[in-house]
Design a protein around this ligand. Structure first.
Ligand code: B12
Length: 211
């Protein structure tokens, strides 16, 4: 049994079998982060099939559930190599109108296992809520995820509200999600764009140093 089999099970939405195999692969010494990365790529391929109408929504939902189930199994095994020192406080959420939360959940998990304190606002989060929660927590970072071109403007709105309240420089604004890019980050004036969750623990502190 291999990572390839795990991919197949997730792709087919076989949650229970995928969870059992993930456990087995852990015992075989496969790196849990590597498993998550591979499955993320699989999920993106599933999205392409959906776009080409080769599969339909129920299949994507099953696949999403299977990925979430596997991530739940793997999360306790991610290497908490970040130590005990708090590297920063983060509010994270998925922007208004967007229910895609799998990527955000992975980012949250990876930040937490690397020494960040994370307040998860969930999905379909109003821009003002990001800001209120960040102020309440005295967060260093406001991190938003958007998975649809139609909801990306929510990331811009967060920055516009921060500016209108005169508090833009109190927070580092981080964006992510499949349709977003460095170009979009530059356009809206975000402080950081991360294409992958894996790079987040390294990239977040780097922008904090410029605070
Ligand atoms: C799974 C999925 C769903 C699931 C979501 C389940 C859930 N609980 O999240 C369900 C079935 C519910 C769903 C629904 C819909 N979906 Co959908 N979905 C997907 C799919 C296949 C995969 C998304 C995913 O989970 N990827 C895996 C994760 C791990 O990857 P990721 O999110 O990109 O995250 C990684 C990085 O981007 C980064 N990251 C992500 N966020 C952040 C944030 C920060 C701060 C940082 C630092 C990094 C970071 O780190 C992550 C790990 O490395 C995508 C296809 C795709 N290519 O993205 C379509 C896709 C996003 N969906 C799409 C559509 C159209 C819809 C629906 C409108 C379908 C419909 N007709 O009803 C609805 C919309 C619901 C809504 N209002 O949000 C389109 C969007 C097109 C567009 N406009 O841009 C896509 C692109 C499919 C397509 N090719 O057409 N979907």
């Amino acid at each position: 049994m291999s990572l390839e089999n795990l991919n197949k099970l997730v792709k087919e939405g076989e949650t229970e079998d995928a969870k059992v195999l993930a456990q087995q692969l852990l015992q075989d010494g496969i790196d849990p982060l590597k498993m998550i990365e591979t499955l993320t790529q699989t999920m993106a391929r599933v999205g392409d099939l959906f776009a080409k109408l080769e599969i339909f929504l129920p299949e994507i939902m099953l696949c999403g559930e299977a990925l979430t189930g596997v991530v739940d199994i793997l999360s306790p095994y991610l290497d908490a190599s970040g130590g005990r020192e708090i590297k920063g406080k983060v509010v994270i959420g998925v922007v208004k109108g967007d229910l895609h939360e799998i990527g955000k959940n992975i980012v949250k998990l990876i930040l937490e296992t690397n020494g960040f304190v994370v307040k998860d606002l969930g999905y379909d989060v109003d821009s003002l809520t990001f800001i209120k929660e960040a102020e309440a927590m005295k967060a260093d970072f406001i991190a938003s995820s958007s998975l649809m071109t139609t909801t990306m403007p929510g990331q811009l709105e967060i920055i516009e509200i921060l500016k209108s309240k005169g508090i833009r420089d109190q927070f580092k604004v981080v964006i992510g999600g499949a349709p977003t890019s460095q170009e979009w980050a530059d356009k809206i004036g975000a402080d950081l764009y991360c294409a992958h969750a894996k790079s987040a623990p390294e990239k977040f502190p780097a922008v904090l140093d410029n605070k």
